[in-house]
Ligand binder design. Sequence first.
Ligand code: CUK
Ligand code: CUA
Length: 664
Amino acid sequence: MRALSLVGTSIALSGLVAALFVGCENKHEAGGDKPGGPSGALGASASVQELMKARGLTEADVEAALKTYTPTGKMDEYYIFASGGQSGNVDVIGVPSMRMLKVIGVFTPESWQGWGFGGDSDKVLEGGNQGTHKIRWADMHHPNLSETKGDYDGQYLFVNDKANARVAVVDLSDFTTKQIVPNPLAASDHGGAFVTPDTDYVIETSQYPAPLGRDYAPLSQYKEKYRGVAIFWRFDRQKGRIDPAKSWAMELPPYTQDLADAGKLGSDGWAYINSFNTEMAIGGTLEGKPPVESGSSQNDMDYLHVINWKKAEALINAGKSKTIAGMRVLMMDVSGPEGALTLVGEPKSPHGCDVTPDGKFVVVGGKLDTHTTLYDTAKMKQLIDEKKFEGKDDFGVPILAFKDAKHGQVEIGLGPLHTVFDDKGGAYTSVFIESVVAKWSYTDLKKPVEKLKVQYNIGHILAAEGDTVSPDGKYVVAMNKMSMDRFLPVGPLYPQNFQLVDIAGEKMRLLADMPLPNAEPHYSQMIKADKIKPIKVYKPGTNPFLGTVDPARAEGGKEKIVRNGNKVEVYMTAIRSHFTPDQIEVNEGDEVTIHLTSMESAEDQTHGFTIDMYNINVSLEPGKHENITFKADMPGSFPMYCTEFCSALHLEMMGYFLVKPKGK
Ligand code: CUK
Ligand code: CUA
């Protein structure tokens, strides 16, 4: 049995294991170069071997455990910010422990944080309404950290909602969503929320074409009326908000734009978007026409969109735009001839669009192609400058010759999708159909040097700082869509599977599986833990959504109930373990606002506040202020209480909210 040969075959490992059991002072002698050295080590090894045998663990398992085990009190090295997929929220995970640290409420109400249950967060969610619809879920795909000079700076996180075309801004100083911006032009998005190297812009590009501004047009007018779009959301770092008034868009052909990435270093000022369905297939299965699935897989080549956004910005500033749904849009009849929008062929139904850390190449995968294709960003710029095109598409957009724009291709395997990078020119591509991570080199373009099996059907892949100008080369995470046989069965909806892979050594090593039980994450990013510096408590009376002390904050000793006709304003404080006031009586139909301030200043001393039956629940972290406005439309006697076990007398932290029925 392999496990029993631990000491003999893996001296270094037995040294590590033994050191764990006999304490640090023996670390060096424990295994060392003489297996069976000090008695402490031998005894420990024996018990480790018994443990391994009892649990059926191999040496590789033990090594993986040692590389990921994070003892109590020790912190992780990295944060992962993962898309929460259909949950609409962000999952924060520590690496290498793969422990879940936080769920950030973004597009979907999250009750622990009181996100969307009566407090000021409701206003942020309201900001994301589309048309007449109150949208309270999302299909989140791509979280992106803010960057300074192409490196993550740990300040903000941007995420997109594919289903309802929205972008949200999360402030990492308190891990709170501050803004949701609805896309006024498109109905669905996908290529977002990618940032330019200094986070001047957050890029959001559409997925399924539709008339811009979401007007009605019959599908028979698909080619004339349906369009793709790229929005360049201007980010105001001082305010920590997107400024819609300074944002603008570019009209794109009705191909299905997919992933996008911004250029960096030498290619700063450029953005790249791949697309599929250049056939412009629209289905019609009931009439016996082919579904989009096959209709869109006819052409051998689709189009990579090459955008000179600095040029586009200049054209917008020069007034060369058309205003649609309140947004300035650079139309194709301007962007094409001006060289702001150019196309270049890309092999069959591509997916993934990743700029290499040096900014020199764009790597595109192919769902129905076995290669990754690398485009030379400098060459494309030169060709566009010299107007060396091979033709135009039906919309007048110039097309570069594939052979001129291409740097090279690498045979990867079946269904290469996304690519991330290490610090040594290594590229790691997720290969969906084959269920492997393929490691190859983007500097020498040879075929993969290694393939690691993952379980199963990997979609995105992420690496430590893996899409910045300076990746760390430490970890890769395979984000697998399927997990048959990996976890205890939980019915027909299976968890997703994150697999942590060590890429620091010569060979890739699979270290750990982490089930994701709350939805299907798409993309994630991993950032060094020391770059994230969140506050521990709020400055007293801070409204996190205003970012300042709230003018309506309540202060100790000055709590009050103010009546003005049918308006009732309550200035209330919370401190261990009571609310002041703790009795509120109003009349049925009154409009009530509770200005509620936590008077706590100690770390991790959180209260909650609910009024039973009123669908109200806020979280009051130390110093936080919330304004809760609602109509007292249900008469009765309702307990209100603290929803967080905050002290020995937490259960006593309660009061009554009384609503006197009309006419009594
Ligand atoms: S997509 Cu999901 S696996 Cu939306 Cu980035 Cu490729
Ligand atoms: Cu405050 Cu429980």
